[in-house]
Design a protein around this ligand. Structure first.
Ligand code: GLN
Length: 202
């Protein structure tokens, strides 16, 4: 297998925490971890992380960032060439095919790279953020500490090609298809690097 070349989309959100989480997951193996801000940065990347933050803001930035052939198109193109993508929280919204509860002023189109419908801010406001112990399919039985911050909900999984890896109160919170991993909570905010490791092995 080719060694992963990891990129973290660094337009907005908690991308620095993902860089540290990837380093932890690699056990200090010195594979490159790059911040991706332009089309050029994404060229060598085999594994892209789209972090949490504000999906409306990230969507705007990736569309207007480089006028002619924008970053959005480049992500879609690289995905079609085999790049793996890990979306966290706002990143899940950006990757989905259908988005509910859009902001009236800033509606945007998902990348459509995993066939799920998401609802933004579906657990409520910032104050309704929460932490909970989770179980993840095929992981060792140790609980995973789930940190949900103004999280979206995956309200439907629309393809048989998608595997649901974890649910909380009957809502899908971690799912994958062949090339995209979608996680509505924040593993980069814990010391537990099992989900980042899982992504690197995709
Ligand atoms: N509510 C944010 C959004 O939909 C996501 C919050 C987060 O990424 N922690 O853009």
């Amino acid at each position: 297998m080719q060694e992963p070349i990891v990129g973290v989309l660094a337009l907005q959100g908690d991308f620095r925490e993902h860089v540290l989480a990837v380093r932890r997951a690699m056990n200090d193996l010195n594979y490159p971890v790059t911040l991706v801000k332009t089309k050029k940065d994404i060229e060598p990347i085999t594994h892209l992380i789209i972090p949490g933050g504000e999906s409306t803001v990230m969507s705007k930035l990736s569309i207007v960032h480089q006028s002619e052939e924008n970053l959005r198109k480049k992500i879609i193109q690289k995905h079609s060439e085999g790049m793996k993508i890990f979306g966290v929280c706002a990143g899940v919204v950006l990757l989905s095919t259908e988005i509910e509860r859009q902001s009236e002023n800033d509606p945007f189109e998902g990348l459509g790279l995993i066939d799920i419908s998401t609802a933004r801010n579906a657990y409520g406001r910032q104050i309704d953020s929460f932490e909970v112990k989770l179980r993840i399919k095929d992981f060792n039985p140790k609980d995973f500490h789930g940190v949900f911050i103004r999280a979206p909900q995956i309200i439907s999984v629309n393809s048989p090609d998608i595997e649901v890896l974890s649910t909380h109160r009957d809502v899908t919170i971690l799912a994958r298809n062949e090339s995209v991993l979608a996680c509505t909570f924040h593993p980069e905010l814990t010391e537990d690097s099992r989900i980042h490791k899982y992504f690197l092995s995709m």
